[in-house]
Design a protein around this ligand. Structure first.
Ligand code: ADP
Ligand code: TRP
Length: 325
């Protein structure tokens, strides 16, 4: 199966990105699928217009992918901007895309409500995302729940293209969303996001993780009183990191009383630091070897571009953009 997904280099990787997306990226790679993962830097320009920051966050994301287990000997890892063909396909898809489809995009409404400037790029974001997916004939797109509507739009656009040009050229992909981790909550109980100030980053010093966990919002139930684990932001995160046995034990301690949120937060920080210790070590090594990361992206870009160009030849031909005289 052909798997494709991307992450924007517009923030630092956090626990929500890992459970909602990157963990599935790695699992699908381990299962022997043909995987394409990329850094959505054209998309990032819709919210981040600062050269130094975009370069720094792109490096962070590339090293993060590798440190978390993306293996460039099996998977194509690349920069979106190394495949300019996607912008060409986005234009062609724009020509079969009703304006009303984009007007219904919840991500657009959410983003403008948060103060991101309503540019044409932001409005057209889902069409470029559709091009990203379609250009590699992708079957499955692993993402968090917030991306579901974009994948539905992608299917819709592929179908509209095929019908408009009476050609069976574009594949309609399926989303791959794991329900239990579709929306990971942040330290305030809302969806964790780099841009909401509520994220716990993956690549940070253990001390910082402890500080972030200490800042998780809890109610004011006193230490002695019984507590409800199912209504606690700390416990929600513990569910991702603790094994079944420990989770049952902690839930019992909550219900019995005499167990404070502070203790739960400390244990959570320990578990997060343990879980990401190997990835952090790998990341530190990559920081000393930026040329390796650059080479991986360059090789991935080359492979991705060749596949994208072959698809574009089919697409241009189906549209009548190639003269056969
Ligand atoms: P952010 O919201 O921090 O900017 P992105 O939009 O760059 O994150 O998301 C990259 C990937 O991670 C997407 O597949 C997205 O669905 C997933 N993701 C992001 N935040 C979460 C979350 N809180 N829970 C589950 N998945 C998430
Ligand atoms: N919109 C995605 C996000 O914010 C990033 C993205 C861009 C993407 N192109 C994609 C995800 C193609 C999956 C497939 O996370």
């Amino acid at each position: 199966m052909k798997i494709l997904s991307g992450i924007q280099p517009s923030g630092r990787l956090h626990v929500g990105n890992y459970f909602g997306a990157v963990r599935q990226f790695v699992r699908l790679q381990e299962e022997g699928n043909e995987c394409f993962y990329f850094l959505a830097n054209y998309h990032a320009l819709t919210s981040l217009q600062d050269k130094a920051q975009l370069q720094e966050l792109s490096w962070h994301l590339a090293a993060g992918y590798l440190a978390l287990g993306i293996d460039p000997s099996r998977t194509v890892l690349f920069l979106q901007s190394d495949v300019p063909q996607v912008t060409e396909l986005a234009w062609i898809l724009n020509c079969v895309c009703p304006v009303t489809m984009m007007e219904k995009a919840t991500s657009y409404k959410d983003k403008i409500a948060r103060g991101i400037p309503p540019t044409m790029g932001l409005f057209d974001y889902p069409v470029l995302q559709a091009a990203d997916i379609i250009i590699y004939d992708s079957d499955l797109v692993p993402v968090g729940a917030d991306q579901k509507q974009h994948i539905e739009m992608t299917r819709d656009l592929a179908g509209r293209f095929n019908r408009a040009f009476e050609a069976d050229v574009l594949v309609e992909p399926e989303p791959y969303i794991v329900p239990s981790v579709a929306v990971v909550a942040g330290i305030n109980g809302q969806k964790m996001s780099a841009s909401y100030g509520n994220a716990i980053e993956i690549f940070q010093a253990p001390k910082q993780t402890k500080k972030r966990c200490a800042a998780i919002v809890t109610d004011s139930t006193p230490l002695e009183a019984p507590k409800d684990p199912d209504r606690c932001n700390v416990f929600a995160l513990l569910k991702l990191f603790a094994d079944e046995t420990e989770l049952t034990e902690i839930a019992e301690k909550y219900r019995a009383g005499g167990y404070g949120y502070g203790q739960a937060k400390d244990r959570l920080a320990e578990l997060i630091n343990e879980r990401f210790a190997p990835a952090r070590e790998k990341y530190a090594k990559l920081e000393k070897n930026p040329n390796y990361v650059r080479d991986v992206l360059s090789e991935g870009g080359h492979k991705a571009r060749n596949i994208a160009e072959a698809t574009m030849q089919r697409v241009r031909d189906a549209c009548g953009l190639v003269t056969n005289k």
